[in-house]
Ligand binder design. Structure first.
Ligand code: SF4
Ligand code: SF4
Length: 417
């Protein structure tokens, strides 16, 4: 079957699984929406820290995943920095995996700076699908989005950086077309910055041979220069996709995956495979281990009332690394006025579903469940924010020493409601 039809990102109807191998932590540009403690925002969800693997460890993880995920068809490298800024590790990873599996589809995502230079090599590795992030065609917009670009040791900033990056991105796209490599163009939609440019990007990308476009919401990464940027609604996102779709077919099902995602797009199984052979921990965070339950409607932000959640996400924090351990389905104990006749029993069920957890991070919680949980020795914090960031702060609060008071203050000061 055509490789594009077998790739779940390029074909929305395809339910095959993919694995992202986080072997490439370096980057050669500096995006203002990036916080380098986390995965590259150009492909991934901000606030997520992927562990970094050696190429050998990545090949081992591929084998492990292949053994248990029957429909694993794609191996990709999406950072957590730029795969072409860590060219050797990226190439070695593909080489090792090809020895293990002649049929798996290879893809990578890049900011495009070194794409033209390495396109032939990418082809030789057997990569058939490449994502390039192009956010703007205008240097004046590029100066807002990019802080600097480092090319062959020289550091560029301002319009020179934006012009150089765009020139390389477009040349890279054309080279992919020449080499018959299928290209996807990601665009991070930044409200008030490039939202009136997405159609132009799509049109130009199409002219350079791109197969599909993928407009992604900017989710402001804490600690980045854009951390206070306004959010784009789903309606605005879909409207931008519709406008751009006139020029270039658009992806509507991107999950903004982790750089170490494993499984089908809708069901990340990375927790099953992570933590065994990581080379580098993402952060020098407090040492210790906590099992943390969060309530979230989208698995990005802690934004749900404890009693309204139908799932509990259970994470483990260990020495700075955060992993999703399991998702527990729970029945709602409060469905609104008139539905609380047996509330006591529902609270009991919900509290039972927190078994084994040390900390509960939730947007709101009723007095009674909070009282019971605290009686059981669990720590309950109400907050609103990105899951990873909130877990880090909770860990600082409960495990750290110097940061203890600050973390408590920051968690408490996040808006609720
Ligand atoms: Fe960060 Fe990715 Fe931009 Fe590099 S390309 S600065 S890793 S968002
Ligand atoms: Fe596919 Fe989007 Fe996930 Fe990349 S981030 S693997 S394009 S769904």
């Amino acid at each position: 079957m055509d490789r594009t039809l077998r790739h779940p990102c390029y074909n929305g109807g395809c339910k095959n699984a993919r694995i992202h191998l986080p072997v490439a932590p370096s980057c050669n540009i500096s995006c203002n929406y990036c916080n380098r403690r986390y995965d590259c925002v150009n492909e991934s969800r901000p606030g997520v820290c992927s562990e970094i693997l050696t190429p050998q460890a990545a090949a081992e993880r591929y084998l492990k995943a292949k053994a248990v995920i029957g429909n694993l068809q794609v191996a990709g490298i999406a950072g957590p920095g730029d795969p072409l800024a860590d060219f050797d590790k990226t190439g070695e990873t593909f080489r090792l995996i090809r020895e293990l599996d002649p049929d798996v589809i290879f893809c990578l995502s890049t900011n495009g700076l070194y794409l033209e230079r390495y396109a032939e090599q990418i082809k030789e590795w057997g990569v058939t699908h490449v994502t390039v992030t192009i956010n703007t065609l205008r240097p004046e917009t590029g100066t807002v989005i990019y802080k600097e670009v480092t090319y062959d040791g020289a550091v560029y900033s301002g319009a020179a950086a934006a012009e150089l990056l765009l020139e390389k991105q477009l040349a890279g796209l054309k080279k992919l077309r020449e080499l018959d490599i299928t290209a996807k163009v990601n665009t991070v939609l930044i409200k008030g910055v490039n939202d009136d440019e997405v159609e132009d990007v799509a049109k130009t990308a199409s002219g350079c041979g791109a197969y599909i476009g993928n407009i992604m919401q900017l989710i402001p990464a804490a600690g980045s220069a854009f951390e206070n940027m306004p959010l784009t609604s789903n309606a605005e996102l879909n409207e931008a996709r519709e406008r751009s779709g006139k020029f270039l077919k658009q992806m509507y099902h991107c999950q903004q995956c982790r750089a170490d995602a494993v499984g089908a797009l809708e069901q990340d199984r990375s927790a099953e495979f992570s933590g065994d052979n990581s080379e580098i921990k993402p952060d020098s965070s407090p040492r210790g281990r906590l099992k943390i339950l969060v309530t979230s409607s989208d698995r990005r932000v802690i934004n749900q009332h404890f009693g309204h959640a139908d799932k509990f996400y259970i994470y483990q924090y260990e020495d700075g690394t955060i992993r999703l351990l399991e998702v527990r389905e729970v029945s709602k104990y409060c469905n609104g006025p008139g539905s609380c006749s047996d509330e006591g029993e529902k609270i009991t069920q919900l509290v039972k579903a927190t078994d084994g957890c040390d900390v509960i991070l939730t947007m709101r919680i009723g007095l009674e469940p909070e009282r019971i949980l605290e009686q059981q020795g669990k720590r309950v914090l109400t907050t609103y924010g990105f899951i990873s960031e909130s877990i880090q702060k909770a860990a600082s609060y409960y495990l750290g020493k110097k940061k203890k008071l600050r973390a408590k203050r920051e968690l408490a000061s996040q808006p609720v409601g």
